[in-house]
Design a protein around this ligand. Sequence first.
Ligand code: G
Ligand code: MN
Length: 406
Amino acid sequence: MASVAAVPTTGCECVVVDDDPDICRLITHVLSGIGVSSLGLHSAAALEDALNGSHPSVIFLDVALGRWDAIDGIRILGQTSYRGAVQLISGKDPELVGAVKAIGEKHGLKMLEPLQKPFRSEHLRRIFEGPAIQVAEKAPAEQSTIPAPAKRRADAPPQIDLEEALACHWLDVAYQPKVDLVRNRVIGAEGLARVNHPHHGLLGPASFLPGASEAALRGLTAFVVRKALRDWDVLAAAGCNLKLAINAPIQMLLDPSLTEVVRETPAGKDWPGLIVEVTESEAVQELDLLFEAATQLRIYNVSLAIDDFGSGYSSFARLKQLPFSELKLDRSFVQNCANDALNAGICRSIVELASAHGATSVAEGVETAHDWTALVRMGCEVGQGYYFGRPMSVGRLIGRVAADED
Ligand code: G
Ligand code: MN
């Protein structure tokens, strides 16, 4: 059942959440001109206090609030069972703002049609001239449980304690070049976490992910994200503006700390954004929560790649609702796709799926020139694999890019 909230009249309260003081002032000024009192706030964090004991009819919520954003605001409003209307205001891509609106609705909030910046004062007035605001019956708040860690591919290598590796500063990130398959040029790189172990030598994730505690995974993800952001500065200073990708276990994407880490680092002027790769099999487990997390990350120019695609045998119909920018063909299909008709067929379908979704197709595990040529014929755009380069240090990556240009 839907109940009806009063249209704001004189004395009715609105809250305006915008980190730009000029926008805050403009909105509160226009509202006061039509007899609506309002309170301006500069972060989503201040919302909770502001809602204590007061029941604003409309909350104006900017999508990007510096170190906060509308999704933080939506979560607070959902948890406090706010029953008024939410008016998103933003200068961001309307499709992204639409996704934020959909998330608000999933939290049981009454979301008004978003207001695109720059807007005029009559647009604000019109909000209060419409019919009475229908407030949907609040759905009971869903518990957002963090799923148990899902197993990644592992080949029984030595097992070490991730917490110890973090504490001893054994962690590092190696970058594997991603190559434009047609032009044969490095266009990006995937950061792969490595442990430099004093006894076992260089170890990959299969040695330190299984059995890692949630705290250790959080530490690892924070380390890798910070390192990739710092390494981008190093690459950019050397004239290599590459878009970097990192891998994250799904529960880290669903953990607010990933967004915290991204927004604590101010982006350089030409920063092309960061890609976070999550495996297909993990992605399908928590689609709704992942949609929310991926949408929030998009606000900070962080996009999602579906890793190891094809190996999880999931229904693409379910995955396609996710806002991902890359589909990464699992290397089990890429290897020998030049000669194996079945592998070739699977690769071709994945390339078509990516293209239909407006996403980039990225082949993993390209090891031969034959497979490279076959992939180009299929229309696959990007490739990585030992044929183009093994995971390497930032210094070597700079050298690899320079060699392209010779
Ligand atoms: O899960 P993900 O696909 O991100 O795993 C990347 C891993 O694949 C890295 O550990 C990397 O060393 C390995 N890898 C990268 N390129 C190749 C390749 O061409 N062949 C094989 N067998 N492994 C590769
Ligand atoms: Mn990956």
